[in-house]
Design a protein around this ligand. Structure first.
Ligand SMILES: NC(=O)c1ccc[n+]([C@@H]2O[C@H](COP(=O)([O-])OP(=O)(O)OC[C@H]3O[C@@H](n4cnc5c(N)ncnc54)[C@H](O)[C@@H]3O)[C@@H](O)[C@H]2O)c1
Length: 352
């Protein structure tokens, strides 16, 4: 198996590289391409020395690559490019991030389309993840491209619910769909808690949501985000973390990573964990349903554009969207987010 990590010297890229080896996804018969821009060459070569030092027997064949046209792999993890500043005094909008990362998405997607073997799968980690997926899908075909944001948001939602109920994450089945950002869509109507019947699940759900609904969630999220941003800007990260802890699980999914990002620690370990976990599922050879941002062409819920939805994946990519029987208000929320994301993509890609 050949895997390429684009942006390998970045905070997230480096964690992905380490976790790929530590979790045994790559062994001594495999190849790992560390991809970066020419200015990162010295760091990439230093990284190779450090990785061999750490993992000598277990290390895959390590290769340094400095140009998009030299990327050759079965799986490409895209973690390069700009990120939101961790300084709350220098806020960077998602529009500015899109503008900064669009040329990079285009350069690598175009090169892969021209020079690749035609079967690479791409996992987009960089943000805006919806834009990355749109660009790679346009160049490579939509079924070979996944964004990991919805997968990670789903893991987070399941963990937050499990933590409140004192059960393991494996017993919680639900998704966080929509946009990896302001347009999160929790799917409470399909929540299953293994070991609890429908009536018990309904009662627990009502307790966990503390009165939130699909209709009120976006507005409450925006309000709480502003409150947490205020505490962070005032330099009181401790108060921000403590405040987030008091909120219902679906709000914590968005606000905990937000506060962690501005703490300066960022969220590289959890992001790498989710990316490698997603890769493990894709490589397992089994067909599994997982949440991911993919390019829709009229698929459920009846949209064209990029959105986080449940998809059936196999080693050749995602096969189809796995539709959910959502409550009407949740489906309406998902559609509204889908239309909003499509509008942003038109605006961002139109600026090309
Ligand atoms: N999905 C998630 O939950 C999640 C979490 C964390 C970060 N991210 C995203 O991952 C991306 C990277 O974040 P980070 O914190 O690792 O940033 P970082 O600044 O630490 O690393 C960015 C990397 O990209 C490389 N890079 C920049 N321009 C390049 C170019 N033109 N060609 C090749 N490489 C280039 C840099 O050299 C560096 O290695 C961001 O877009 C960020 O938003 C996503």
């Amino acid at each position: 198996m050949d895997i390429a990590v684009i942006g390998a010297t970045g905070t997230t890229g480096q964690q992905i590289v380490v976790q790929l080896i530590l979790k045994g996804l790559l062994g001594s018969f495999d190849r790992l391409q560390l991809v970066g821009r020419p200015s990162a060459e010295a760091r990439l070569r230093g990284m190779v020395v450090d990785l061999r030092d750490a993992f000598f027997e277990a290390a895959p064949d390590l290769d340094v690559t400095l140009a998009p046209e030299d990327v050759t792999a079965d799986i490409v993890v895209f973690a390069a490019g700009g990120t939101l500043s961790t300084n709350p005094a220098e806020p960077m909008t998602r529009d500015a991030l899109a503008q900064a990362n669009l040329p990079l998405f285009e350069a690598y997607a175009g090169a892969l389309a021209r020079h690749g073997h035609g079967h690479e799968l791409v996992i987009v980690v960089s943000n805006p993840v919806e834009l990355g997926v749109a660009v790679f899908a346009r160049h490579l075909g939509r079924h070979r491209v996944f964004g990991m944001g919805a997968y990670q948001d789903t893991l987070r939602l399941r963990r937050e619910i499990a933590g409140d109920l004192g059960i393991t994450r494996q017993r919680v089945q639900t998704y966080m769909l929509g946009e990896h950002g302001a347009g999160l869509v929790p799917t409470w109507s399909v929540l299953r808690l293994h070991g609890f019947d429908a009536a018990e699940t309904g009662q627990l759900k009502a307790r966990l949501r503390e009165g939130l609904s699909a209709a009120t969630f976006p507005e409450v999220l925006a309000r709480e985000l502003a409150a947490v941003r205020g505490m962070i800007t005032a330099g009181d990260l401790r108060a921000a973390f403590a405040y987030v802890r008091t909120l219902p699980p679906e709000l914590r999914v968005a606000l905990r990573p937000y506060a962690a990002h501005y703490s300066g620690a960022k969220t590289a370990v959890a992001t790498a964990n989710a990316t490698v976990d997603m890769l493990r599922v894709v490589l397992s050879g089994h067909q599994t349903v997982m949440a991911a941002q993919v390019a829709l062409a009229g698929d459920w819920p009846g949209l064209h554009g990029v959105l986080g939805v449940p998809v059936l994946v196999g080693h050749q990519g995602w096969l189809h969207v796995d539709p959910l029987e959502l409550a009407a208000d949740e489906e309406a929320h998902l559609l509204a987010v889908g239309h909003e994301v499509s509008g942003k993509l038109r605006q961002w890609e139109g600026a090309r």
